[in-house]
Every structure is written in C-alpha cells, then in structure tokens.
Design a protein around this ligand. Structure first.
Ligand SMILES: Cc1cc2nc3c(=O)[nH]c(=O)nc-3n(C[C@H](O)[C@H](O)[C@H](O)COP(=O)(O)OP(=O)(O)OC[C@H]3O[C@@H](n4cnc5c(N)ncnc54)[C@H](O)[C@@H]3O)c2cc1C
Length: 100
C-alpha cells in the first residue's frame, strides 16, 4: 500500500547478524531480488525479537509429533513460516484420518 507515494516494507530474518551491519546485509540481498532501486530504500529501524521463531533444527520429516496419542503440529514441526504451519496442520490431519 502506498501512502504519500511511499511504501513501508518489512523484512524478517533469522539470527542477529552478529558481527555485521544487518541492515546493510539485508539491503544487499534485497537488491538481488528487486534490483538497484533498493539502494534508494531508507532503513527506518531494526527490532530484535528474541525467540520469535522456532529454531529450524527442531523440525522433523513427518511435519508433526505424536506423543501418547496427542498430535502436535505447527511451524516448529516443519519450518518457521506460514506455509510450514499450514503444511504441518495438513500432514497432521492426514495422519489422524489414516488411523481413524
Ligand atoms: C515477526 C515475524 C514475522 C514473520 N513473517 C513471516 C512472513 O513474512 N512469512 C511467513 O511465512 N511467516 C512469517 N512468520 C512466521 C509465521 O508467522 C509463523 O511461522 C506461523 O504463524 C506459525 O503458525 P503456528 O500456527 O505454527 O503457530 P502460532 O501462530 O504461533 O500459533 C500458536 C498459537 O498457540 C497459542 N498457544 C501457545 N501456547 C498455548 C497453550 N498452552 N494453550 C493454548 N494456546 C496456546 C498461541 O497463543 C498462538 O495463538 C513471521 C513470524 C514473526 C514472529
């Protein structure tokens, strides 16, 4: 959405970009996606949100966990994204239907 001819762009990244200028690194990567116009984008602020996303190491191939008959699904069981959460829910539903 444009407001006064300007757009607000939000970018989420994993990790803290230790030892680097995170805003610069992100802007450089965005240039690869959207081209040189990104150089004109102005960085407004960076918010560090600890434990905002599950670590990717926690994922498993099934896309869910079953603990004593209780099925647990969500982004933590696949990958930290909306798609991961939805896919995990789908796989969980399919597994429950398969044993019903
Ligand atoms: C800042 C940020 C930016 C993001 N940007 C993107 C993006 O651009 N694109 C993208 O694909 N993904 C993005 N994500 C990731 C995405 O939002 C999540 O991966 C996804 O929402 C996870 O869905 P979920 O249903 O697994 O978990 P959640 O959405 O976390 O839902 C879990 C729910 O369970 C509830 N809950 C927890 N404990 C209990 C309990 N004991 N009893 C009852 N309820 C409980 C919580 O309140 C919550 O409502 C972003 C995440 C963050 C934090």
């Amino acid at each position: 959405m444009l407001l006064n001819g300007k757009a607000l762009i939000s970018v989420s990244v994993l990790g803290e970009g230790e030892g680097s200028d995170l805003a610069w690194v992100v802007q450089e990567e965005l240039k690869e996606w959207f081209g040189e116009k990104v150089a004109a984008w102005k960085h407004l602020r960076t918010d560090l949100i600890k434990e905002a996303l599950p670590t990717q190491e926690e994922t498993n191939l099934l896309g869910f966990r079953e603990i004593g008959g209780v099925f647990v699904c969500g982004d933590h069981a696949m990958c930290a994204s909306i798609e991961g959460a939805i896919s995990s829910g789908k796989f969980t539903a399919e597994a429950i239907f398969a044993i019903s």
